[in-house]
Design a protein around this ligand. Structure first.
Ligand code: UD1
Length: 360
């Protein structure tokens, strides 16, 4: 069985690493399964791409389509044009896509039109917010997927409501959490930890990169000011995504207790998350990683496609409502944050289950 694995943007890399490892191990023990790794080049900076391959021991991709940045249409189109050629030259039994980025949807469409079966890992997540490009990517991908691997029962319910037969859906757990568990002993402090004299449990970690939060300069400044003034004197460490950096460069003075840094390698970033007293984010993956680690998480979004991080985990949604944010900061500062639990099957073995299922 030949599986072509697609990776394009930062959050994909943690999800494919354990799948590749599981395929290699299965093949070593005599099973007929091999992979080809295609990097679309959606993310290309060392800090958003290369460092993840190095640290997570992801093999060098067999091919990099080098599509780079562009509008949604331009980027999606480029990925489709280049991946079509790639798949014609290197046919396979399955194309495996993960998550919800433009590369996920573009490669799923190409595969299906070339009559190649599509596997979607992290299928069935829904925010029901069609203003998010990722929601469109999820819906389109799931509409043409053949095998659905899910991180929660709820994701399976979403798929069944859309008419997907239950025997195509496999609740296997979370490959992003597989990577976190596999690397917990390897996390290391970034230079900024010592430079800023950070202490475990005495700073916040923050990431913001959604267009709705960061594309408008005044809105971003408003968020930073609110967060800074509610941090009770704690430093707030903010590794800045290039999209956000682009907006920040037009702003003047920024709050002094927010410490800006470049995007960090995985092992350093997760060290900061694990040791923070709280995370503030609009990322999907960080809602899950903080839930696994039991770190309070304030999500600056109106909705989440990962509701179990709120109902079971340590996450709270604040939207863009300053009152909700202030309440959340108050809970945090008074030490009253809810105690979360780890969702079912987030146990480090999702990728093994995926490979076992493929071989059935
Ligand atoms: C993409 C994903 C988003 C994911 C995020 C993680 C889509 C629709 N969005 O958003 O779901 O949460 O990745 O980072 O697929 N840029 C660089 N270097 C790079 C890549 C991008 O500087 O290596 C800059 C470019 O100016 C680019 C901008 O970042 O225009 C946005 O990149 P893009 O890949 O379009 O989307 P992200 O915002 O990163």
């Amino acid at each position: 069985m030949k599986v072509t694995i697609i990776a394009g943007a930062r959050p994909n890399f943690m999800k494919i690493a354990p799948i590749i490892r599981a395929i290699k191990e299965s093949s070593k023990s005599g099973n007929n399964i091999s992979y080809r790794l295609v990097h679309t080049g959606q993310h290309y900076d060392q800090k958003l791409s290369g460092s993840f391959f190095d640290e997570l021991n992801i093999p060098t991709p067999d091919v990099n389509l080098e599509v780079g940045s562009g509008s949604h249409a331009a980027q999606t189109a480029q990925i489709m044009i280049k991946f079509e050629q790639e798949l014609i030259q290197h046919p396979c039994d399955y194309v495996l896509v993960v998550g919800d980025v433009n590369s996920t949807m573009a490669c799923a469409i190409v595969a299906k039109k070339l009559h190649t079966k599509v596997i979607h890992v992290e299928a069935g997540l829904r925010s029901f917010d069609l203003k998010m490009p990722e929601e469109i990517n999820r819906m389109v991908t799931d509409a043409i997927t053949d095998l659905f691997f899910t991180t929660s029962d709820l994701a399976g319910d979403n798929l069944m409501k859309a008419g997907i037969p239950s025997d195509a859906i496999f609740f296997v757990g979370n490959t992003m959490i597989d990577t976190l568990i596999a690397n917990l002993d390897n996390l290391r402090a970034p230079d900024i930890f010592e430079q800023q004299q950070l202490q475990s449990g005495n700073y916040w970690i923050m990431t913001l990169h959604r267009p709705s939060n960061v594309d408008e300069a005044q809105k971003l400044l408003g968020l930073l000011t609110l967060i800074s003034s509610n941090a009770a004197g704690k430093p707030v460490i903010f590794p800045v995504h290039p999209r956000t950096a682009n907006t920040l460069k037009d702003l003047g003075d920024l709050p002094a207790n927010i410490i800006f840094t470049d995007p960090l390698p995985y092992l350093e970033f997760m060290y900061l998350v694990k040791n923070a007293s709280a995370a503030i984010t609009d990322s999907g993956g960080i809602q899950e990683e903080t839930t696994y680690l039991g770190i309070p998480c304030i999500t600056l979004r109106e909705n989440t496609e990962r509701p179990e991080t709120v109902t079971i985990g340590s996450n709270v949604l604040c939207g863009f409502d300053p009152e909700k944010m202030k309440n959340a900061f108050h809970e945090l500062n008074s030490g009253n944050w809810k105690k979360g639990k780890i969702p079912e099957l987030w146990d480090g073995k999702a990728a093994e289950r995926i490979v076992e299922t493929l071989l059935l």
